[in-house]
Design a binder for this molecule. Structure first.
Ligand code: SAM
Length: 242
């Protein structure tokens, strides 16, 4: 990678890390409030779908960009798996650690960058990333890195905001997401920038079909997706070929 490219990537990573550090304390509250609690249902579905492909117990799952750990907990409870959470933002991990201690959930947390995961090749039966992929400076390289740490036959689940697919609803949602949400999120979190960044980053992110194609290009097999709540979000699943 050229020095210029590296510098651009580092700058992007620093900006994203600082932004999440600023909103870490309010992150959970705002997530549940601004999504009308839908985020909880979406994460529960990720765990259920992974349980279908991996079974229960005796599996090792990596939750990348785990943030405050809600998906890690859901995987731990639903799949009874050995779950490891990783994220590059210490204040988000601190909140996850407190939550896990309170629930007595044995989920190790490791500080690390999703583009350079601190794990050996073929280490996990399952890898998840929820609302994290969109934040990476290079989505395709991020997917290749997730593929690298998966065992052959292992499953990837990507939960991410997507493009609403119901015309009238799509219009209303856009108004909410680009106008009301940045206003309320900015006021309650104290970071206008973070809640302007949210709709901006979603608008730059590939839609459902494009993401499925990107996953295939990155080397995943049996790629499929499911629209959630009219396509506000989507769950993409893929498998590392044997
Ligand atoms: C919107 S939050 C999602 C957190 C959690 N997965 C959830 O479902 O609520 C995005 C998270 O991605 C993390 N993140 C962004 N870029 C990252 C990177 N390159 N490496 C590791 N973590 C990253 C941020 O620190 C933040 O905690």
């Amino acid at each position: 990678m050229s020095d210029t490219r590296k510098a651009i990537e580092n700058e992007h990573a620093n900006r994203v890390r600082e932004m999440f550090a600023t909103i870490a304390v309010r992150y959970d509250l705002l997530n549940h409030l601004l999504s009308g609690q839908m985020d909880k249902r979406w994460r529960r579905l990720v765990a259920k779908r992974l349980r279908q492909s991996l079974g229960v117990g005796q599996v090792k799952i990596l939750d990348v960009a785990c943030g405050t750990g809600d998906l890690s907990l859901e995987l731990f409870e639903t799949i009874k798996a050995r779950v490891v959470g990783t994220d590059f933002c210490r204040p988000m991990l601190d909140i996850a650690a407190k939550k896990f201690a309170r629930d007595q959930s044995a989920i190790p947390l490791i500080e690390g960058d999703a583009l350079r995961l601190p794990f050996l090749d073929c280490s996990f039966d399952g890898v998840t990333i929820a609302f994290g992929l969109r934040n990476l400076s290079d989505v395709e390289r991020g997917l290749s890195e997730l593929l690298r740490v998966l065992k052959p036959g292992g499953s990837l689940a990507v939960l991410e905001f997507s493009k609403p697919v119901i015309p009238g609803f799509s219009f209303l949602f856009k108004a909410y997401f680009t106008r009301l949400l940045p206003l309320v999120g900015g006021l309650l979190s104290g970071s206008k920038r973070a809640y302007r960044y949210l709709p901006d980053s979603v608008s730059r992110f590939p839609d459902q079909k494009e993401l499925a194609e990107t996953m295939q290009r990155a080397g995943f097999d049996r790629v499929q997706f499911q629209n959630l709540t009219g396509g506000i979000a989507a769950l993409h699943l893929g498998m590392r070929p044997h």
